[in-house]
Write a protein that binds this ligand. Structure first.
Ligand code: UGA
Length: 450
């Protein structure tokens, strides 16, 4: 399949690492994926993905069967690899805005002793600017070499959960950060990484080479822009609510302008997940350390707008319950931070559900995929596997994660299950006319009472 098949290691098997490992094996490379989590590695080796990502189970089974993909917890087993991808997580540090780099540094320390002299390390984790250079020195120290003797490219990842395979095999662009752009060493490193991505590159996907700091910034700048775009439309939503405008019509109208674009103008309860919220906070923290905090103060407002939408959703639900949640039943549709994922990290849906529960309502949460994870990590809520049970006797129904299942609901069929037929669309994705025609009161964020 490939002119040059390479031997690769992938360090870290979270969403990013697992998808990357499977996709690299699919491209024809020999891949060993390593993680400290024994249960996770055992699951992958047995052909089971420990989280939900559309298509990943199938591709895992397919690539395991080729014999090109293996999983291990033993760092020594990566010693043959020509290219090592660092894909570990960089969560928000507890009680702080900055990113916790513990796992990235542990990966560097673990890799150093087993690094072939000619091997290339490729960083994919989302990191604060200046981490690549530090990491290079750290790997060098662990390998007993000078930093210049460690080959490292920073190659940020732009994959969206739910589209991980597509975004890995056919990304919009490849970004390579190198130590010295234009040097012979950089050219050699770029050529080796080009071998790894030979198939997608052959289809004409742009590949941009730059210095380390710029490549690190590209990633956080992209996520900061996306978060800003969502909070911009949610700010318009707030204005629409006071001025009697309709944010859905507004978004559609401004989205026709190519310079603005219609994507990521979905107004609602805002962004969550393991990336956008923590990335904008880590970006602000890093800018502060660099003395450039003023440049990013607007991101504080982006974060605040996002939180306010959750609070507004709670207020709308309270209004629908005649001003008090005490003794009321609230059905919550959605637990994942977005559809086609079972990821509940910083989920707006669960945040809203918990606030309403804390205010005295009986809250029943449904989600097509995320309930096992939600039960394990946010055990305080009442989760229902069946939609009928979640809806039964509800005084108000909140649509908080736009799964296709909810859009496909027949409002007439579920009308009889609830006590009060009031639905509040926190994602602006239900069809108001259908719900109203079936006898429901339809409310939404940023829209007049339709
Ligand atoms: C995001 C970026 O989109 C990816 O490019 C990036 O690689 C990834 O973070 C990462 O850094 O790893 P992801 O977190 O999977 O990807 O989710 P998004 O699709 O960006 O959605 C983020 C949140 O924004 C979700 O809660 C979603 O519901 C919300 N959203 C999205 C809106 O509220 N409105 C929109 O119009 C779009």
């Amino acid at each position: 399949m490939l002119s040059v098949a390479r031997t690769i290691s992938v360090i870290g098997t979270g969403y990013l690492g697992a998808v990357h490992a499977v996709c690299m094996a699919q491209l024809g490379h020999t891949v060993i994926a390593v993680d400290v989590d024994e249960d996770k590695i055992a699951a992958f080796a047995a052909g089971r993905t420990p989280f939900y990502e559309p298509g990943l189970d199938e591709l895992l089974t397919e690539t395991l069967a080729t014999g090109r993909l293996t999983f291990t917890t033993d760092p020594a087993q990566v010693a043959d690899a020509e290219v090592h991808f660092i894909c570990v997580g960089t969560p928000q540090a507890p009680g702080e805005f900055r990113a916790d780099l513990t796992y990235v540094y542990a990966a560097a320390d673990g890799l150093g002793p087993y690094l072939r002299e000619d091997a290339l390390v490729v960083g994919k984790s989302t990191v604060p600017v200046a981490t690549a250079e530090r990491l290079r020195r750290r790997i060098a120290a662990a390998a007993g070499r000078e930093a210049e003797q460690v080959r490292l490219i920073w190659n940020p990842e732009f994959l969206r959960e739910g589209f991980g395979i597509e975004d890995t095999l056919t990304p919009d662009r490849f970004v390579y950060g190198v130590a010295e752009p234009g040097s012979a060493e950089a050219e050699a490193d770029v050529a080796l990484l080009d071998d790894v991505y030979a198939v997608p590159l052959a289809s004409g996907i742009p590949r941009l080479v730059m210095d380390y700091p710029t490549s690190e910034l590209v990633k956080v700048a992209a996520n900061a822009f996306l978060a800003t775009k969502i909070s911009f439309i949610n700010a318009m939503s707030e204005v629409c609510e006071t001025a009697g405008g309709d944010v859905v019509a507004l978004a559609k109208a401004i989205g026709h302008d190519d310079r603005i674009g219609a994507k990521f103008l979905g107004a609602g309860v805002g962004f969550g997940g393991g990336c956008l919220p923590k990335d904008i906070r880590a970006f602000m923290a890093r800018a502060g350390e660099l003395g450039a905090d003023q440049a990013l103060t607007f991101l504080r407002e982006v974060d605040a707008i996002n939180d306010r939408r959750r609070a507004r959703m709670v207020d709308l639900a309270r209004e629908a319950c005649n001003g008090s949640f005490i003794g009321k039943q609230v059905a919550v549709l959605g637990a994942a931070f977005k559809p086609n994922s079972d990821d509940i990290r910083d989920s707006p849906a669960l945040d809203v559900a918990e606030q309403i529960h804390a205010a005295g309502a009986q809250v029943r949460v449904h989600d097509p995929r995320a309930l096992p994870v939600a039960r394990a990590h946010r055990p305080g809520l009442d989760y229902r596997d069946s939609l009928e049970e979640a809806l039964a006797g509800a005084d108000v129904v909140l649509h908080l994660t736009e799964w296709q299942d909810y859009r496909d609901l027949d409002p007439a069929a579920v009308r009889g299950a609830v006590t009060n037929p009031v639905v509040i669309d926190g994602r602006n994705k239900l069809d108001p006319d259908r719900w109203k025609a079936a006898g429901w009161t339809y409310r939404a964020l940023g829209r007049p009472n339709l």
